[in-house]
Design a protein around this ligand. Structure first.
Ligand SMILES: [Zn+2]
Length: 408
């Protein structure tokens, strides 16, 4: 079945999702060929970069609004640090080889947790921790994981990725109720974020130690207590979930938000994990009882974009669309008026293209002819929508401004 046939069929019965790599033929967001880049490493083209940056800006803004202190830590870390935190043992088959320099050994980090822990410890000592209790760090973290080449799949599974990563540090000696309160906040923040992107979650899972978990840094009693907490969180919030034996993180149980991709494979997007041990492993401070909530509200930017493309068939929501309006003049004589409309859209901070006479994938196509010029109006068609003739300019700007901030 060709791409167009698949798309037509999807539009007819809305049942067959299309692989995001096929959608990309139309949206032209990224390159995934072996000529320029290596497998699992994405080359973003301009439109893809605009989309990725729009997502990054939105997510950083949301992290800030929710009380997270934004940071940006390096992708290369001291190899010893990853040994201390047991990440090296756990991710041994997925880590890039250590780089041996003259005086130090560096490694691509598979996770940013160890650095966030060190950062928390240092800022605490210097008494410059971000305001608010507990301390929360948020980062769109660049990570490197040596995923097996057979598992790489477009944007969905890559070797260099941008994880929307967060850590909340809770001192249980200060306030025992804080953990549940923060878990509730994280759960709501995650659900709201996924809703904003109109992501359809297939299922929510609670991964526990079970009998299948071989590598763990916790005692059985600790597992039981933590699993009870996450179980309670889901029940209190009336969220149906599946229990997964043996699939927990090595430092504690987790809740995963899973989507079904176009090949009917389940993959994790967002995650919430609790961990009572890594803090003391990294800081070597056994007195301080700090429990960490590791969480990601929407996974990696790469997988998030793949999911949006697949679930929405390339119809990227207007507020994220790389080209929001495409202004086209149908007669030579209206070109001044067309330029004026284009300029007005640009002045109102809409990503716009002016009459370039090439086929583009834009949210709105605006056409200007003699009639529109005479009446100071515009005619437009929204992707997937009906053509609207002769709308007043100000009314149109108001309509898309509303859509940018509040959606359809
Ligand atoms: Zn973490």
């Amino acid at each position: 079945m060709t791409y167009n046939e698949k798309r037509d069929k999807f539009e007819k019965n809305n049942k067959i999702p299309i692989d995001h790599r096929e959608v990309n033929r139309r949206t032209e967001l990224f390159l995934n060929t072996l000529k320029v880049n290596r497998p699992g490493m994405i080359v973003w083209l301009e439109k893809g970069l605009i989309l990725k940056n729009a997502l990054k800006n939105y997510l950083e803004e949301q992290l800030k609004k929710n009380g997270y202190f934004l940071v940006n830590t390096p992708i290369l870390v001291d190899a010893e640090l990853l040994k201390t935190t047991k990440h090296r043992e756990f991710y041994q088959n997925m880590m890039f080889t250590e780089m041996k320099l003259k005086k130090e050994n560096l490694q691509f980090r598979p996770m940013s947790c160890p650095q966030h822990i060190l950062l928390h410890q240092q800022l605490f000592k210097q008494k410059i921790l971000p305001k608010g209790t507990p301390a929360k760090f948020g980062e769109i973290a660049l990570l490197g994981r040596n995923e097996p080449s057979g598992s790489l799949s477009g944007l969905e599974r890559v070797r260099i990725m941008n994880l929307v990563d967060s850590h909340i540090f809770i001192n249980l000696e200060q306030d025992k109720t804080l953990l549940m309160k923060e878990l509730n906040n994280v759960l709501n923040f995650t659900i709201k974020t996924l809703e904003k992107f109109s992501i359809k979650i297939h299922q929510i899972t609670l991964s526990v130690k079970g009998k299948g978990k071989k590598f763990s840094i916790l005692k059985d009693q600790e597992w039981n207590e933590l699993e009870k907490i996450l179980n309670e969180l889901l029940i209190i919030n009336k969220i149906p979930f599946k229990k997964r034996e043996g699939e927990a993180a090595f430092y504690g149980p987790k809740i995963d938000f899973e989507i079904l991709n176009s090949h009917s494979v389940l993959t994790t997007l967002a995650t919430i994990q609790i961990d009572p041990k890594l803090y003391s492993l990294v800081t070597k401070d056994k007195k301080k009882k700090i429990i960490i909530i590791h969480h990601s509200v929407c996974g990696t930017l790469e997988r998030l974009i793949a999911t949006i493309l697949e679930q929405q068939q390339g119809n990227i929501p207007f507020w994220l669309s790389p080209i929001q309006t495409y202004v086209l003049s149908v007669t030579k004589s209206s070109s001044d008026y067309t330029t004026k409309i284009y300029q007005r859209l640009v002045d109102n901070q809409f990503r716009s293209i002016l009459d370039v006479r090439i086929k583009l994938n834009s949210s709105y196509i605006i056409t200007i002819g003699k009639k529109e010029e005479k009446n100071s109006t515009i005619t437009f068609k929204k992707i997937g929508g009906k053509r609207v003739n002769g709308m007043d300019q100000a009314e149109f700007i108001y309509r898309i401004q509303k859509e940018k901030f509040f959606g359809n």
